[in-house]
Design a protein around this ligand. Structure first.
Ligand code: FAD
Length: 570
């Protein structure tokens, strides 16, 4: 067996190593057009920021190791220029510029995805940088260290964009971010992303949403960015993080079946439309675990799993790829944001009947030092209770909850399973009722009619004469900010003040507190006294996620933007 692999980083290197583990006899050739194989592109932002101090730490495995331990023929600076399917060869331009053909029995394509470069006038300026490779990282570090950059604009508020915002700020730069959508971090729902934006602004990062770049102008050592809103911003460099595009060109030119945005179509064994060619990683079109629909998920975890499936299949082990959930995580200054499965935007577009809950429990027992509230949103099928997705944001314990729910989704578990999951507990680590259980309890209480739930975003659709809003927090909390029109009766006073609610017996009483816990108690009391009550999921904290301007004011946002635009370049 002669196995040829194109691309030597996540999917390609994993394929090569797995292939050798499965076969001592196979001839394995790995072509990589760059100078490095198997480097940690996920670590690049943290090396820019200086958290990873030694750049050699990014080289997870060297070509020498691949040659010695795995007897893999690694060919660096070798660009595969075409795949000749009839002859079963690839054409390669080697390090010296010479071209040759190499034959294969089986071919694996893992060419990845390249940073998108939208066709904006001036985008070819050398001050407009992006981050995918070690040389890209070196150019950014050079801009900071040798060119003494002070001010950078990140275009794109996704994972890589925000990781870079944090790390550029860590290097002492003044940083701002421009995002064309109405939220940062598109995999999250809008109201969850509001928490991330809030954290950026708390760290003095100016954020523009619903904003686009019209043009870049090279100012000789810097770049002037003209925004659609008419504003111009002078910065030392721009970090372009507007998403990635699958590198499927080689495959496309060879006539393989292509999918979304130039990606390569594969089956669940990672086989392309040619039975001798497999493809893995960011270059392929994958299917969602939850509903089987096609999508692109440029993440390292799926790339590694796909590589294993492809190589297993080539060497006769029956394995199938289960599909992607998009489980992902990002640190943004003091918070972590993680998600898995389908979000509400997608569920709405699929017209699926779904339920949702918001809870704000602590990462661990509240009495143990270092307890912080998190926000956990869980989405589930309204008819079956099967968990479909989750998003979690907070200072600590976020990965644990999303990973637990990710497994629940894979196992097709329901909200009842979440409520019953037995998770480890001692005060420094969790609570006897873990946030995952807690989300399950709230959803099950709704399903069982113990305490119906409603949501802030559903109120606009309702006739205001059909309900009243009841705020069950203390009067001090209420006076610090409340939902418009809400009546305040603190939970501990409610039994003595039921007469105040008598005039509303014909209406539904929609109750909230800070997070949904006290209002649940109040709702139970009201129900036992014959009122129609529902708990507004997530309470006032969630209200503020839906109405961030009402809760935090717009002044700070504008101040940050003005300050970023106004600071003269040094
Ligand atoms: P790549 O790792 O990009 O490898 C493709 C390789 O193929 C490249 O080295 C390229 O030079 C080579 N190549 C392409 N065409 C040819 C050709 N014609 N001939 C020869 N060689 C060729 N994912 C996560 O899950 N978590 C993270 O935290 C995370 N952080 C990231 C941070 C950054 C800055 C970046 C850039 C990515 C991050 N990712 C993260 C995404 C993750 O790195 C990718 O999903 C993963 O690397 C994809 O693997 P791949 O093999 O498909 O492509």
């Amino acid at each position: 067996m002669k196995l040829v692999i194109i691309g030597g980083v996540a999917g390609g290197a994993a394929s090569a190593a797995r292939a050798r583990r499965l076969s001592e006899d196979a001839e394995i050739i790995l072509f990589e057009r760059g100078e490095y194989i198997s480097f940690a592109n996920c670590g690049l932002p943290y090396c820019v920021g200086g958290e990873i101090k030694n750049r050699s730490m990014l080289l997870v495995a060297t070509p020498q190791l691949f040659r010695q331990r795995f007897r893999i023929d690694v060919r660096l600076k070798s660009l595969v220029t075409s795949i000749n399917r009839e002859r079963k060869t690839v054409s390669v331009t080697g390090p010296d510029g010479g071209a040759y053909e190499e034959s294969y029995d089986k071919l694996i394509i893992s060419t990845g995805a390249e940073p998108a470069r939208p066709p904006i006038p001036g985008i070819d300026s050398p001050q407009i940088l992006s981050l995918r490779t070690i040389p890209d990282m070196d150019r950014i570090i050079e801009a900071i260290e040798k060119k003494n950059a002070r001010k950078a604009l990140v275009i794109g508020g996704g994972f890589i964009g925000l990781e870079m915002v944090e790390n550029l700020k860590r290097r002492g730069l003044e940083v701002a971010v421009i995002e064309m959508l109405d939220q940062v971090m598109p995999p999250f729902d809008h109201e969850m992303a509001a928490l991330i934006r809030n954290e950026l602004e708390n760290n003095n990062i100016a954020v523009w949403l619903n904003e686009r770049v019209n043009a870049f102008e090279d100012t000789g050592g810097g770049v002037r960015v003209a925004l659609q809103s008419g504003r111009t911003i002078d910065v030392d460099f721009v970090l372009l993080a507007t998403g990635v595009v699958p590198e499927g060109e080689l495959a496309g030119k060879s006539g393989l079946r292509m999918g979304i945005r130039g990606s390569i179509v594969v089956d669940d064994r990672m086989k392309t439309s040619d039975p001798d060619i497999y493809a893995v990683g960011d270059a392929v079109q994958v299917f969602r675990f939850a509903d089987g629909s096609s999508t692109l998920i440029p993440l390292a975890g799926p790339a590694a799993k796909e590589a294993r499936v492809a190589v297993n299949t080539i060497f006769g082990i029956d394995t199938r790829f289960r599909g992607v959930q998009g489980s992902s995580i990002c640190r943004v200054f003091g918070i972590t944001a993680a998600c898995t499965g389908l979000n509400e935007k997608t569920l709405r577009s699929l017209a699926q009947p779904y339920g949702k809950v918001y809870v704000h429990p602590a990462n661990h027992a509240g009495y143990y030092p270092g307890a912080y509230q998190m926000t956990l949103k869980v989405l589930y099928n309204k008819n079956t209770g099967v968990v479909l997705g989750a998003q979690c944001i907070g200072p600590d314990g976020i990965d644990k909850r999303i990973d637990v729910i990710s497994m629940a989704i894979q196992a097709k578990m329901t909200i009842r399973d979440l409520s019953e999951a037995e998770l480890c507990y001692a005060p420094p680590f969790g609570s006897s009722k873990d946030p995952v259980n807690f989300a399950g309890y709230v959803a099950v209480n709704d399903e069982d009619g113990v305490m119906p739930l409603t949501h802030w975003d559903q109120l606009d659709e309702r006739n205001p004469d059909d309900f009243i809003l009841l705020d069950t927090r203390t009067s001090m909390e209420y006076n610090g900010g409340h939902a418009p029109g809400a009546v305040n009766i603190p939970v501990d006073a409610i039994r003595n003040r039921l007469d105040e609610l008598e005039p509303y017996r014909d209406r539904e009483i929609l109750i909230y507190c800070a997070t949904g816990v006290r209002s649940h108690v109040a709702g139970c009391i009201l129900k036992h006294h014959g009122f129609r009550a529902a708990n507004i999921s997530g309470g006032y904290r969630t209200y503020c996620q839906f109405h961030p301007k009402a809760c935090t004011g717009e002044t700070k946002i504008q101040e940050l933007q003005e300050s970023f635009c106004g600071t003269p370049r040094q």
